[in-house]
Design a protein around this ligand. Structure first.
Ligand SMILES: Cc1ncc(COP(=O)(O)O)c(C=O)c1O
Length: 406
């Protein structure tokens, strides 16, 4: 359904005590429903961002809301000093769906990657390979803002002013098998890689690259770890990105949409590495706490009855077609879209800034996002309907026309 709402003035309440570490848009969002966001004046925005690839089932999903409310009225927090059912059931479910062995829960993507980094090092250490401690990552990667994840992230702008970063991190060109072959050696603890790079502007790995990474890691005794924080949980049209690529890593990380908007992260591990972290090695107070775990369980239960993967494949194709038509009509402004499923990017050519379309989009009732190398990023709720995609294209075209006129 496309909401018809009279457009009122956009009101912005600023709060001077909120730290100014984000360049926020000039808008207050007060409510969401499905693929729509509403501001204080009741203006509706078609959400093509989903809280940065988070609200896979859309906003205010009634089943998720109910699961959260019921869990909140039962048990909100008890810590990892004891077992509790929501986290236990979620770990079992993730193991069943992935075929992996153990799950560590935390609260975010950065923390999931921190756990992966620590796991890779401890795994080598326990095998007596004390010099095998280098975390290899790819150029253009993004793994989070905590110091370990930041050291794995290849973005000098995010490093600036935070040096010295932790030692033992190295980077290789993305999608370059020869460079990987040359880089992985007896000091490599793991190769950490996003199957589809998100923050650098939606750049998919090739299947050949990830297959070669698997082979090289096996040959040299390094772990292969996929960061599926953004591209996992159905965004590519399969529950896990590695399933789409048909390459099985030793471990992978999830966060963002796992609990459809509640904070949770997970490191999921198989084989010998699955028991590398022993009591006392790693932990967090809130990790896998009952409310987010209940939301994640409900998310997975909904996926059992709704074929989200088929929906993503169809919707992704339609959105790709719409973006390709826009790129053709504005060939001097955009390059052809790229991406997989509902993780798409529309690269903006030099001379224009992706961010200007985002700001202008608010005037045309569409919520957009810019990522990395001057790219408009499209990561809408996975439930977006065909009508909503067509409406998004209309609003995007209006946004582009107005931006180019200004
Ligand atoms: C691939 C990837 N890894 C890690 C992160 C960090 O996740 P968080 O912001 O939850 O710490 C992100 C966030 O954008 C991401 O896209």
């Amino acid at each position: 359904m496309i909401p018809v709402v009279a457009r009122g003035a956009r009101l912005v309440t600023t709060h001077p005590h909120v730290m100014a570490n984000y360049g926020r848009l000039e808008i207050n969002i007060v409510r969401g429903e499905g693929c729509w966001l509403y501001d204080e004046s009741g203006n509706a925005y078609l959400d093509l961002v989903a809280g940065i690839a988070v609200c896979a089932l859309g906003h205010a999903h009634p089943r998720i809301a109910r699961a959260v409310a019921e869990q909140a009225a039962t048990l909100v927090h008890v810590s990892n000093l004891v077992h509790h059912e929501p986290a236990g059931m979620l770990a079992d479910r993730l193991a069943e769906l992935s075929g992996f062995d153990t799950v560590f829960f935390c609260n975010s993507g950065a923390e999931a990657n921190e756990a992966a980094i620590k796991l890779a090092r401890k795994h080598a250490w326990r095998r007596g390979e004390k010099n095998r401690n280098v975390i290899l990552a790819a150029h253009g990667s993004f793994h989070g803002r905590t110091l370990g994840a930041l050291a794995a992230t290849d973005n000098p702008a995010y490093h600036e002013g935070f040096e010295p970063l932790p030692l033992g991190f190295a980077h290789v060109p993305f999608n370059d098998v020869a460079a990987l072959d040359a880089a992985i050696g007896e000091t490599t603890a793991c190769f950490l890689v996003e199957p589809v790079q998100g923050e650098s502007g939606i750049v998919p790995a090739t299947r050949e690259y990830l297959r070669a990474a698997r082979r090289i890691c096996d040959e040299r005794g390094a772990l292969l770890i996929f960061d599926e924080v953004q591209c996992g949980m159905g965004r590519l049209g399969r529950l896990f990105a590695h399933q789409l690529y048909d390459v099985t890593p030793d471990a992978f990380t999830l966060a963002k949409s796992l609990a459809n908007g509640l904070p949770i992260g997970a490191l999921i591990v198989r084989g010998a590495a699955a028991t590398s972290l022993q009591p006392g090695d790693h932990g967090t107070t809130f990790g896998g706490s009952p409310v987010p775990a209940a939301a994640a369980l409900e998310h997975l239960a909904i996926r059992d009855v709704v074929d989200i993967d088929a929906q993503v494949t169809t919707a992704g194709q339609l959105l790709t077609d719409e973006l390709a038509a826009i790129a053709r009509d504005h060939g001097d402004v955009f390059e052809a879209p790229r991406g997989i499923g509902l993780m798409l990017g529309l690269p903006v050519r030099e001379g224009r800034e992706a961010k200007t379309f985002v700001t202008r989009g608010l005037d045309h009732g569409v919520f957009l996002n810019a990522a990395g190398r001057n790219t408009l990023r499209f990561v809408p709720p996975l439930i977006i309907s065909n009508d909503e995609i067509r409406e998004a294209a209309v609003r995007l075209r209006a946004t582009i026309d107005a931006t180019l006129r200004s």
